[in-house]
Design a protein around this ligand. Structure first.
Ligand SMILES: [Zn+2]
Length: 345
């Protein structure tokens, strides 16, 4: 089959990998319909995080082609959303809500396991992992929004949930990448009254507003911090959502958080939490990789009802043969998020 291959920093190219086959009775084979490039794929592409040579990509929706003898809950022909990690939902960590720590779990596209950016994927623990999409004849926009549940919208939602966003809150979102924009949408969905989006790019500011941002702060660093504090009467925000992971964005998020609040951090950390200053302000943080599998059913209900449309973050599209362009477009910041059209329903 055709598949994106990570060759090393700066090089992702189309190539061939063996067709996946059922190896365990709990496996399913999913034919990929839509995939996309993650912000974390960009860390690998830019050489800022290590990645093994080989398969890459972990966000996809597709159609179940074949299931192992012990798979329950999905059938061949089902349209399914795959969370970015697989899990069994039954181990002690899963039952405690941390499905990303599943003792039998693992990831897609790690160099060895099939990645989402390919024609078909062997999905382990498929009955627990894959979420079937009810109904049929879904629109293109709905399919794009379902793809967003695989990671980016679930991750934005995790930032908001981790920070305890609730009705009437004032929220600030640090980061105007696809995750940050989804965090704006998630905060609005949870009832935030005021949402301050930190963004310097007109195209992204526009989408942030469409997703529910009430204020845009175009500054960065110390200037951004002062602007957000001025907007909140020098109090700070109830919930600062950190969706980048750099030293500066982490520092900004902590600086604008009101004393006693909890930050939601979902940017893959490439900087340090300022431990002592947070201690003396009673500021905490939660977050980490999103338990997407647990969030997808509720978010899917809203996507299918048309009340959220996170698929709007995909503003660049290629086919699988041009996957290299999907990476370049994001690397050069021509795209917020690249979608890869792999197959048809
Ligand atoms: Zn588990």
């Amino acid at each position: 089959m055709r598949a994106a291959i990570f060759r090393g920093p700066g090089t992702v190219e189309i190539g061939d990998r063996p067709d996946p086959v059922i190896q365990e009775p709990t496996d399913a084979i999913v034919r990929v319909v839509l995939s996309c490039v993650c912000g974390s794929d960009l860390w690998y592409f830019r050489g800022q995080s290590p990645h093994a040579v080989g398969s890459i990509g972990h966000e996809f929706i597709g159609v179940v082609e074949q299931i192992g003898s012990q798979v329950q809950g999905i059938s061949p022909g089902d349209l399914v959303v795959a969370p970015f990690l697989y899990s069994d939902l039954t181990c002690p960590h899963c039952r405690n809500g941390s499905v990303i720590s599943c003792v039998r779990g693992g990831g897609f596209g790690n160099g060895d396991a099939d990645g989402g950016q390919c024609q078909a994927v062997r999905v382990p623990l498929a009955g627990a992992t894959l979420v079937p999409v009810p109904g049929s004849g879904h629109s293109e926009q709905t399919l794009r929004s379902l793809l967003a549940l695989s990671d980016v919208m679930s991750t934005g939602h995790h930032a908001a949930v981790s920070a305890g966003v609730s009705k009437g809150d004032t929220v600030a979102v640090v980061g105007d990448g696809a995750v940050g924009l989804c965090a704006v949408l998630a905060a609005a969905r949870l009832g935030a009254e005021r949402i301050i989006a930190l963004s310097r790019h007109p195209h992204r500011q526009e989408l942030a507003r469409a997703f529910g941002a009430t204020d845009i702060v175009a500054a960065r660093g110390a200037e951004a911090e002062q602007t957000v504090l001025d907007l909140t009467g020098r109090i700070g925000v109830n919930a600062a959502l950190e969706c980048v992971g750099t030293e500066q964005s982490i520092a900004t998020a902590f600086a604008i958080a009101r004393p006693g609040s909890t930050l939601g951090i979902v940017g893959v950390p490439h900087g340090q939490v300022p431990f002592a200053t947070t201690f003396f302000r009673n500021v905490g943080w939660r977050g980490g990789p999103a338990p997407a599998r647990l969030y997808i059913p509720d978010l899917m209900t809203d996507v299918l009802a048309g009340t959220i449309d996170p698929g709007r973050v995909f503003d660049h599209e290629t086919d699988l043969e041009h996957v290299a362009d999907a990476y370049r477009a994001m690397d050069e910041r021509r795209a917020i998020k690249s979608m890869i059209r792999v197959g048809s329903l």
